[in-house]
Design a protein around this ligand. Structure first.
Ligand SMILES: Nc1nc2c(ncn2[C@@H]2O[C@H](COP(=O)(O)OP(=O)(O)OP(=O)(O)O)[C@@H](O)[C@H]2O)c(=O)[nH]1
Ligand SMILES: [Mg+2]
Length: 442
């Protein structure tokens, strides 16, 4: 079954916790800290699978999760890294953040593989925290949080040829005639409600893919009818066949029909009308007997405008070979033009400082020195994605602390310059520089 839309929830792996332990050797009464680091959480990666052409796999699956990193062990043992989760999608799949609709990844053109969510870093074991004043650190870093988000997958069809036209014009009948596809055909409008794909076998190995679309109607570019949902699929096709019912009995004029559809396409996206378009005057088996000569009028109107017009009967097959040949030749001379969407949602930047639960506690050591301990999931996450060793990263982090009100909250709790602040194993010395300078990092 063809499916061009799915909703999923993805989550990367959490980093493994760092370990707290101390070396135990014969004859060495108190060994140094030897707690190892936790493993990295797995990434969530999207990858194009050339063999897939539908999102059906995602119809009944919703939760996708990469593996968590394993905790560190004693004797400096590094926890195992979590396995990445690789999600296969058909070429032309667009991944969006569900709530904003922003694009995270367009799996087309050169983009065959994209890391979408990074796993959390492993926490450092206590072997990293020995200092001259504290040779037996009792703490280790927790593994960093995973990232998760709700996403939608949408398949932009990658067909060479798109069929456009009013409902009932004979698009599906044409697809069935020239390919092995078996679309639903009926003599009432809006028979087709999902795009159908078919492969034209030209016998010389140069086959191509045709996409049959639901019929368009006036106002489609503004969302009227069903067809507008599928206009986006037409964007990626290279050649269009505009199928018009030349034998329409219900008082419609085929020349007007072609003009109306073209104007909807133009309104939706002028680039669509830059694609080569062939006009197929369909139902020639009946239209040929019409005294008003509809096929002649279509030719007279559109050929001078540079369109090639083919009289065909999708029902009998008459004229379809000539049309298919013309399409084949056009494809040979038109370079594949692809629309590629740039990423506009970066999961790692979306960690906002608003809505930020955190706790502040104080610890007193034997000498009565106070350490402020600040914890909260977003702080934890922030630390896992920020490189505090780089000046830029450190500045970013301190700005975050200030913006989020944590600095003010610490002051309310009576912190003074020179006191220590600990956040998930990182120890900072507090300096409040009124001019907005940075706390320094020990
Ligand atoms: N006589 C004749 N009838 C045709 C021809 N092509 C299609 N029809 C008939 O026209 C009706 C509509 O055909 P479809 O192929 O379903 O039309 P469509 O363009 O796919 O319609 P939608 O899916 O609603 O957009 C059906 O009853 C077909 O049998 C033709 O060449 N000659
Ligand atoms: Mg149809």
């Amino acid at each position: 079954m063809f499916l061009d839309f799915a909703r999923i929830h993805i989550r990367s792996g959490k980093g493994g916790d760092g370990h707290v332990s101390f070396r135990r050797e014969k004859y060495v009464p108190a060994g140094g800290p030897d707690g190892g680091d936790g493993g990295r959480g797995g990434d969530v990666i999207f990858e194009v699978d050339k063999g897939m052409n539908t999102l059906f796999y995602y119809k009944h699956r919703y939760q996708f999760k990469a593996e968590d990193g394993a905790p560190g062990g004693k004797k400096r043992c590094h926890g195992k890294n979590g396995k990445d989760l690789v999600l296969k999608v058909p070429e032309g799949t667009i991944l969006r953040e569900e709530h904003s609709g922003k694009i995270i990844a367009d799996m087309s053109a050169h983009n065959k593989r994209q890391v979408v969510l990074r796993g959390g870093k492993g926490g450092r074991g206590n072997m990293n925290f020995a200092t001259p004043t504290n040779q037996a650190p009792q703490y280790a870093e927790g593994g960093k949080e995973a990232m998760e988000l709700d996403a939608t997958l949408e398949l932009k069809l990658v067909a060479d040829v798109g069929l456009v036209g009013f409902p009932n014009a004979g698009k599906s009948t044409f697809l069935k005639r020239v390919t092995r596809a078996d679309p639903k055909i009926a003599d009432y409008p809006f028979t087709t409600i999902d795009p159908n794909l078919g492969v034209v076998d030209t016998g010389d190995g140069r086959g191509f893919v045709i996409a049959d679309m639901p019929g368009l109607i006036e106002g489609a570019s503004e969302g009227v009818g069903l067809g507008h949902r599928f206009l986006k699929h037409i964007e990626r096709t290279r050649v269009l066949i505009h199928i018009v019912d030349a034998a329409s009995f219900d008082g419609r004029d085929p020349v007007e029909d072609v003009i109306k559809i073209n104007s909807e396409l133009m309104k939706y996206d002028p680039a669509i009308m830059e694609k080569p378009m062939l006009i197929a005057a369909n139902k020639a088996d009946i239209a040929a007997y019409d005294d008003a000569d509809p096929i002649g009028r279509i030719r007279e109107t559109f050929e001078p405008q540079g369109f090639r017009v083919f009289a065909i009967s999708a029902a009998t097959g008459e004229g379809t070979d000539a049309l298919i040949n013309a399409v084949r030749n056009l494809l040979d001379t038109t370079a594949p033009k692809q629309v590629y969407y740039e990423q506009e949602y970066f999961p790692e930047d979306e960690i906002s400082s608003s809505d930020l639960p955190y706790t502040i506690e104080t610890e007193e050591d034997r000498d009565g020195e106070l350490t402020y301990v600040v914890e909260g999931p977003k702080i934890d996450r922030m630390l896992s994605y920020t490189n505090l060793d780089s000046e830029k990263g450190f500045r970013y982090f301190t700005q975050f602390l200030r913006r989020s009100g944590i600095v003010d909250a610490l002051k309310e709790r009576g912190i003074e310059e020179g006191m220590s602040v600990r956040m998930y194993g990182h120890v900072f010395t507090f300096y409040d520089d009124e001019a907005g300078g940075d706390e320094s990092y020990e």
